[in-house]
Design a protein around this ligand. Sequence first.
Ligand code: FCA
Length: 327
Amino acid sequence: MKTLLKHLAAACVVALAAGPLQAAEKLGYLVKQPEEPWFQTEWAFAEKAGKEAGFEVLKIAVPDGEKTLNAIDSLAANGAKGFVICTPDPKLGPAIMAKAKSLGLKVVTVDDQFVNAKGQPMTDVPLVMMAASKVGERQGTELYKEMQRRKWKPEETAAMVITANELDTARRRTDGAMAALKAAGFPAKQIFTVPTKSNDIPGALDAGNSLLVQHPGVKNWLVVGMNDNTVLGGVRATEGNGFKAENVIGIGINGVDAVNELSKSKATGFYGSLLPSPDVHGRTSITMLHDWVVKGQEPKKFVEVTDAVLITRDNFREELKKKGLGS
Ligand code: FCA
């Protein structure tokens, strides 16, 4: 009898120990703009990583601060131990961290870095992001190259730069593009900036329109912005103001958000896009979080994802496929 009880007790201990290990870990993945293929790609690759390693990814759209804080509550109520987030507003950083801490959730940021009340980057929170300045510089270099290929005269050409300077990654990209244009020899006085009110096509279209009316007499336009939608908005503005595709060169950033445009039967002023690695962002950020939650392995504070490839109408299907992003 005694031995039987001993065995039973031992079995209970084993079952108890095994219990929590059997339940698949739940981790959140919160993104500010789920309508962008960029974020859909991050989600898809985070889910893939989850399937492979046996955890569940709870995908939540967080377009504003209220939805973000509610999402964190509901993650905790559902037993999640942490989340990856691309915040709708970097200034929400302290509120997000306070809430996560109070609920015992771990946080990894992706793409957009949190800032504190003084506007300084919260470098203590792990971050996975693209090499923003480098990608921006590449955008400027490629624009200049294409302009030369078309034999445009610099004095007949201007650059429309649609900015979103409150977002650090955006500011670094457009600053990088302007620096590269100037370094290549593009006249600084023909580079014009305009801020966008929202990081989408309608916002950038408005910004582009207001810039164009201020600079009549320009024959050719280069269009710079922090991502594909911003550049698409700028290109739409040139179209609305009577510019033909051959007089406009727009190069976006994200790549996956440019597929519809590059698939159009006729070329537009949107010449191409720099495609970084949304797949790597999704997989790396969620894996760092998972290792932290499950193995107690502290993530690196900063992971920069480099290398971007220029996709155009000529090569986009092939290049997307190479990265496992083709349809
Ligand atoms: C920011 C932009 C996105 C994407 C991401 C990497 O969050 O808004 O479009 O470029 O950085």
